[in-house]
Write a protein that binds this ligand. Structure first.
Ligand code: APR
Length: 169
């Protein structure tokens, strides 16, 4: 499984699956969630509403799947990162679970390539340096015979620099 680092907008990625940093109500929002819904069109929200009705949304650390709407992907994976509350409230385990559960879901659908944003490092306030370490460790620990490539897509310079540093270690 190859690990790749890209600086830019995740909605421009040509991969089998893009991961969204959603909220547990799957209600849409700002940040990467807003960008994905804008680029993917209203069909994605229709599918999110259905999941909300049927399953009550998506708990923190878990992941659900929709189509990609107008995005050039096969699937969208919506995962819900933890809100940073100082670090002693299970944030690390929940953030790890976001990455692992997204990878499991991708694998269950025989998807080979997947792109992640920097989950929880925006409005949810997870410190970027620590989140980068959690993300890279989680993905590296996941041994897959199905997935061939995982792309970390960093939108801001700070995240990009941490990923560059930790991926080269
Ligand atoms: N492509 C890739 N990354 C992006 C993009 C984009 N187009 N836009 C923003 N980002 C990056 C930000 O730089 C940040 O590092 O996404 C990271 C995560 O930030 P948020 O989108 O704020 O996500 P998060 O902190 O997990 O908060 C989730 O925000 O928008 C709401 O509905 C969402 O309530 C949920 C909450």
């Amino acid at each position: 499984m190859e690990l790749q680092l890209v600086k830019g907008d995740i909605t421009q990625m040509h991969v089998d699956a893009i991961v969204n940093a959603a909220n547990s109500g799957l209600m849409g929002g700002g940040g990467v969630d807003g960008a994905i819904h804008r680029a993917g069109g209203p069909e994605i929200m229709n599918e999110c509403s259905l999941i909300r009705e049927q399953e009550g949304g998506c708990p923190t650390g878990e992941a659900v799947m929709t189509t990609g709407g107008l995005l050039p992907v096969k699937k969208l994976i919506h995962t819900v990162g933890p809100i940073w509350k100082g670090g002693n409230n299970g944030e690390k385990d929940k953030l790890t679970a976001c990455y692992i559960n997204s990878l499991k879901l991708a694998e269950s659908q025989h998807l080979q390539t997947i792109a992640f944003p920097n989950i929880s490092t925006g409005v949810y306030g997870y410190p970027k340096e620590e989140a980068a370490q959690v993300a890279i460790n989680a993905v590296k620990s996941f041994k897959s015979k199905v997935l061939t490539k995982v792309v970390f897509v960093c939108y801001d310079d700070e995240n990009y620099q941490f990923y560059q540093q930790f991926l080269s270690e």
